[in-house]
Design a protein around this ligand. Structure first.
Ligand code: SF4
Length: 314
């Protein structure tokens, strides 16, 4: 299976593209994630023709509009050139399965970027111009900032979403059919239940009503809703509900002792005494002994390569 392709702010990969000629190498990306993903680095400021080094830029509020201007010389305004570059770049990013952006940047920052008003006091409520175009063009694309990836729950959620979206793109490449869409939805049942049961219930009838004539419109609405619902990391409580649900599939086959042990582990997980990998591993152990094709196809049990060890930390 080919590695999912992730777009990334070039400075995070260690490329010396920052205004001062430096970089912001993020070692988690090159050390860990590079084993599982391909990266496509992009620096919107360099791509727009601003060289290295270049004057530092910032977002300024001028006449009710956010402008990208040089910090020391605001008469030098690069808003249009950056917006044009972002638009052109987004035309070529369709095959990406995710994006990692540099936080706080007036071009790449996804949220809480400083916007300076006339008085010079910044408010942290802006979004970099490239990030804004990226999010508008690809609302379903998993996007995170490197700062937020140090939160282990957000990290796990982002990686899971990248793999969901990559599977979706694979399905489109093979040629989507009504049966393929239904099967995709069925495989993601427990992943979705771990986030938002109501969305799972809404998407069921949508998928059940799919046919060749409405396939494209249903598929578009489906993936947008699915990716939106998966954005929220699953809580411990939701995971517990899903795990109980999964346990229900074995209830007639497990011995009283095995059930007691499983319930004990679930309780320890609920109380935060063991990480998620512990009950999942036990469930998978029973699944190997008592194979159930429906459960074996569930992405919830193997959302990404085990070697990523993300469930050891949540
Ligand atoms: Fe990094 Fe983006 Fe700034 Fe380029 S524009 S240096 S990629 S944060």
């Amino acid at each position: 299976m080919r590695k999912p392709l992730i777009g990334i702010s070039a400075c995070l990969l260690g490329d010396a593209v920052r205004h001062d000629g430096g970089h912001k190498h993020y070692r988690y990306v090159t050390g860990e994630l590079a084993q599982f993903f391909e990266f496509r680095p992009f620096c919107p400021e360099v791509a727009s023709g601003l060289g290295v080094p270049r004057p530092a830029l910032r977002l300024n509020m001028r006449d009710g509009a956010v402008r990208l201007q040089e910090s020391q010389n605001p008469r030098h305004d690069h808003t249009q050139r950056l917006k044009r570059t972002a638009l052109e770049a987004c035309d070529t990013l369709g095959e990406l399965s995710g994006y990692i952006l540099k936080k706080d940047s007036p071009s790449c920052g996804m949220e809480r970027v400083r916007v300076y008003s006339g008085s010079g006091m910044p408010e942290k409520n802006g979004r970099g111009l490239f990030a804004a175009q990226l999010l508008e063009t690809f609302p379903q694309l998993p996007v995170e900032e490197e700062g937020r990836l140090s939160d282990l729950a957000l990290r796990e959620s982002f990686i899971e979403r990248v793999f969901v979206y990559s599977r979706w793109q694979g399905l489109l490449r093979e040629g989507l059919t009504p049966a393929g869409l239904m099967q995709f939805h069925a495989r993601h049942k427990f992943s979705l239940l771990s986030r938002d049961e109501s969305v799972y219930r809404e998407l069921g009838p949508m998928v059940a009503g799919v046919c060749k004539t409405n396939l494209d419109s249903v598929a578009e609405a489906y993936i947008e809703n699915l990716m939106q619902a998966l954005k929220r990391p699953a809580s411990r409580k939701r995971h517990c509900n899903v795990l109980m649900h999964l346990m229900g599939y074995f209830k007639t086959e497990l011995s009283a002792e095995e059930k007691r042990e499983l319930l004990q582990i679930l309780e320890e997980y609920r109380l935060g005494m063991v990480p998620l990998v512990v009950p999942i591993t036990l469930l998978k152990h029973y699944l190997r002994r008592l194979p159930n094709p429906y459960l074996l196809g569930q992405t919830y049990l193997d959302p990404y390569p085990r070697e990523m060890r993300l469930r050891n930390a949540i």
